[in-house]
Design a protein around this ligand. Structure first.
Ligand code: COA
Length: 462
């Protein structure tokens, strides 16, 4: 099965030839050359785009003939695993270190990005700013972006009607993706393209669509949740709240810790380089100049697969099946038996393993730290901690699993469950909302459109 594509981005490989080990702030790519007081994201991008266009030209002219390695049959069968096959700008996935967003690791993002309260979790708007511009935003810039997103968050009525046409028990991802497709009728890019817009202007309407899409997905997602589980009682947005906080609020959770969890959740799930199914799909569909709504809806359908985003649903359901059978205080011996039972029935242990990572996922680690801080006595958290000890040796014993360590999905469910979001079937929708930030960050500029075409050539050439 073709699952992950590539593990190494072209940019990272070329950069490793020329760039010295960067300091923390320098590592936010070379785009970060000043701290601007400009609060408007669009004008920031307007400044950056010509520089990026030059950069692409230079990349082609100076490195166009550089060979990137040998391609083996295994690499092709493995879906481009281990070969350089993608140009991905916003994040970089190191097999041992995990993800870096524009050069920043998750702990660095937690330290540098603005938070809702001192020492709190990073605001997803800050990450969006970072992904798009390569610069760490100021608190004022993040506030301004929060406000802009709120101003774009009104969802047209036909979207709700479209979702309502589905059975209420249809999978939440089906309802969510349908809602996103219904949002597409408002695409400014499509309208402008139909009018024959010059390609140098593509980025402006793509930016419009991307921001509106990012603003509206939490509203659509929470509508699906309230429709399915809370008798359709919708909770309106709170104008005093940020993006992640508002999402938790619209879902019906106002405990401050849950707001913090949602900020962290959306930030760490937003982007994971370009080789995973959802990011790659969004990127590929956008390379046909499909607008951000179409591209993101396609990505969501990939995210809905059990080996990708659906794994976070699977993890909690699996953990609950353990509790049902063995009780909350299950011994490690019983846990081992349950794991073998799962494996012997031809299933995978959800939440463990990865196509690229070869160590514990730092997205798992930061969620574990959140749990240690906020819910150390939660019985399911204790069970997850025991799994961390018990599962890897068993997977290693199988002799074929390349990474026996936990991934992001191994932890998210128990945190959400702790605060009352217990409906595991819904979890992938939260992941989907987060991914809008990463996927849209790869499409808004003409430079990125060129990169997309470039990448597409790479993909079809294997
Ligand atoms: C993520 C995942 C799909 C990566 O797949 P991959 O790149 O093919 O992983 P590997 O190369 O290590 O797989 C080699 C073998 O080990 C198996 N394996 C990998 N992870 C496993 C797990 N958690 N449980 C049982 N078997 C596993 C694979 O199914 C494969 O078996 P096969 O040769 O019989 O087909 C895989 O680890 C998995 O299915 N994990 C559980 C689902 C999950 O958590 N997904 C979320 C990912 S973020």
């Amino acid at each position: 099965m073709v699952f992950f594509r590539g593990g190494v981005s072209l940019i990272s490989k070329l950069r490793s030839r020329t760039v010295q080990q960067p300091s923390l702030r320098d590592s936010v790519r070379w785009l970060q050359y000043q701290t601007s007081s400009d609060l408007d994201l669009q004008s920031q991008l307007k400044e950056l785009i010509p520089e990026q266009q030059e950069r692409l030209k230079k990349l082609k002219s100076e490195h166009g003939k550089v060979q990137l390695g040998n391609i083996t049959v295994d690499m092709v069968l493995g879906g481009m695993r281990g070969m350089t096959g993608l140009l991905w700008e916003t994040s970089l996935l190191d097999p041992d270190e995990g993800i870096r967003f524009r050069g920043l690791s998750i702990p660095e993002c937690q330290k540098l990005l603005p938070a809702a309260k001192p020492g709190g979790e990073p605001l997803p708007e800050g990450l969006l700013w970072l992904l798009l511009t390569g610069k760490v935003p100021t608190t004022e810039q993040v506030d301004s972006l929060s406000k802009e997103l709120r101003s774009r968050a009104t969802v047209p009525d036909h979207v709700y009607k479209t979702i309502n046409a589905l059975p209420v028990n249809a999978h939440p991802m089906t309802q969510f993706a349908t809602g996103v497709m219904a949002l597409q009728v408002q695409s400014e890019f499509q309208k402008a393209y139909e009018k024959g817009i010059h390609k140098s202007k593509y980025w402006e309407t793509t930016y419009e669509d991307s921001l509106s899409l990012i603003a509206q997905v939490p509203v659509v997602a929470s509508y699906v949740y309230r429709r399915m589980y809370k008798n359709g009682q919708v909770i309106p947005m709170d104008d005093s709240l940020d993006y992640g906080g508002n999402f938790a609020h619209m879902l019906g959770f106002d405990i401050p810790d849950m707001l913090e969890l949602m900020r962290l959740y959306v930030t760490i799930h937003s982007d994971h380089e370009g080789g995973n199914v959802s990011a790659h799909t969004g990127h590929l569909v956008a390379s046909a100049l499909s607008d951000p709504y179409l591209s993101f809806a396609a990505a969501l359908n990939g995210l809905a697969g059990p080996l990708h985003g659906l794994a976070n649903q699977e993890v909690l359901l699996w953990i609950k099946s353990v509790v049902e059978e063995c009780g909350e205080n299950v011994s490690k011996e019983n846990l081992k038996d349950h794991i073998w039972k799962t494996l012997n029935s031809g299933k995978v242990v959800p939440g463990f393993g990865h196509g690229v990572l070869r160590k514990t996922d730092p997205r798992y680690t930061c969620q574990r730290e959140f749990a240690l801080k906020h819910l150390p006595e939660d019985p399911l958290f204790k069970l997850v901690s025991n799994l961390y000890e018990v599962v890897p040796p068993i997977l290693l014993e199988l002799g074929k699993v390349k990474n026996p360590w936990p991934n992001v999905d191994a932890h998210s469910g128990v945190l959400l469950n702790h605060y009352g979001l217990t409906e595991a079937r819904y979890y992938t929708v939260l992941f989907g909302v987060s991914r809008a930030i990463g996927i849209c960050s790869q499409v808004p500029c003409p430079i990125f459109i060129l990169l997309l075409v470039f990448q597409f050539l790479f993909v079809i050439s294997i």
